[in-house]
Design a protein around this ligand. Structure first.
Ligand code: 3PG
Length: 389
């Protein structure tokens, strides 16, 4: 796609699709990572004299306005992080939105209400896309985190613009992730965690064929352990995926990919336990649940991530509970100390590197969860394809 620098924006209205899908708590932004990542783009356009018409989705309100999914709390944070005046308008493509954009001056930012308050956004409805497009002269998509969605604001809208470009965040994300996907510096080490295999299956399959080392942690490792005949007690498993897990292990083995599964784990009877107990993975009690990886597993993984390329997605345990956070935080620190090109994607792993205080030492912290996984699985992202059509 073209870059934003190639577009003439001075005195013109720019429809800027961002991924401002941030967690809210008590009506306040709980994590501003995505807003901070979007701010330089907003500032660059405003400084070049554009009228910035910013838009995003937030959460999954299913086509109906719902106050708890309003983008209103995001506006002051975006203003602060970008240093630009941001006017929030409680409307998506209606008269209020048109009026606000019409009155905005170059250098000002209008933030539209949550695109998903209109069911036509997710339906990629052409009339909605046309209405959105009519608010601006040129289109910039910088919403990498939503690039895997073929929605009106990420895909359909592009056809109504003669001039369109990918924003700098989108390009930085694609550049960093392609260093993992295409000709990575070897060894390529993939650490896959999180609760479940489902949702990551294509990515796991694709990366298990590319990686030199595949480390499986978190809830999803349980199904792989089960596939190897290890008793996992009452741990979370996906029985339907045991056979697929076995196939992934076999394929990895056939290709010579080294697979690292937990050798020791932290178990407890339930999530509410004040502390867990470290046991070898071969002796998980029948009434226990695996809730984190143990120190030997951490050591093993840390010994693999020193050089080459490392991609990490998904925590190694229930890290929102302090009793089961040690494994995930230790993996984060190991990546922070690594000399490898390190990429971390997905909300929870990103949170973990922040919590561990090593985010600045990670080569690339992705703002995309699903988008980064789909891209690494080899999918064409509709949000990128639409800019090239
Ligand atoms: C994300 O958080 O992964 C993106 O903002 C996309 O959100 P979605 O999964 O609701 O489409």
């Amino acid at each position: 796609p073209r870059t934003m620098d190639e577009l003439a924006v001075s005195g013109r209205r720019v429809l800027l699709r961002l991924d401002l899908n941030v967690p809210l708590k008590d009506g306040q932004v709980a994590d501003d990572t995505r807003i901070r990542a979007a701010a330089p783009t907003v500032r660059a356009l405003a400084e070049r004299g554009a009228v910035v018409v910013a838009c995003s989705h937030l959460g999954r309100p299913k086509g109906k306005p719902e106050p708890r999914y309003s983008l209103a709390p995001v506006a002051p944070v975006l203003a602060e992080r970008s240093g630009c005046p941001v006017l929030f308008v409680e409307d998506v493509v209606g008269e209020k939105a048109k009026a606000a954009v019409g009155e905005a001056k170059p250098g000002q930012v209008v933030l539209l209400e949550n695109l998903r308050f209109d069911p036509r956004e997710e339906a990629n409805d052409p009339e909605f896309a046309r209405a959105l497009a009519s608010l601006a002269d040129v289109y910039v998509n910088d919403a990498f985190g939503a690039a895997h969605r073929a929605h009106a604001s990420t895909a359909g809208v592009a056809q109504f613009f003669a001039e369109k470009a990918a924003g700098p965040l989108m390009l930085a994300e694609l550049a960093a992730l392609s260093k993992v996907k295409d000709n990575p510096q070897r060894p390529l080490v993939v650490i896959a965690g999180g609760a479940k295999i489902s949702g990551k299956l294509e990515t796991l399959q694709a990366l298990s064929q590319k990686a030199d080392v595949l480390c499986l942690v978190g809830g999803l490792a349980n199904t792989f352990l089960l596939a190897q005949g290890v008793s996992v007690g009452r741990s979370l498993v996906e029985p339907d995926l045991v056979e697929l897990a076995r196939q992934i292990l076999e394929q990895a083995h056939a290709r010579g990919t080294q697979v690292v599964l937990p050798v020791d784990v932290v178990v407890a009877e339930n999530l509410e336990a004040a502390e867990g107990q470290v046991v070898p993975v071969s002796t998980v009690p029948a009434n226990a649940m695996i809730l984190d990886v143990g120190p030997q597993t951490v050591k093993l993984i840390a010994s693999k991530v020193g050089k080459g390329t490392v991609f990490w997605n998904g925590p190694a345990g229930v890290f929102e509970k302090p009793a089961f956070a040690a494994g995930t935080l230790a993996i984060a620190r190991a990546l922070g100390e690594s000399q490898a090109f390190t990429v971390v994607g997905g909300g929870e792993s990103v949170e973990a590197v922040q919590l561990a205080g090593v985010a600045a030492r990670i080569s690339h912290v992705s703002t995309g969860g699903g988008a980064s996984l789909e891209y690494l699985a080899g999918a064409t992202l509709p949000g990128v394809a639409a800019l090239e059509a």
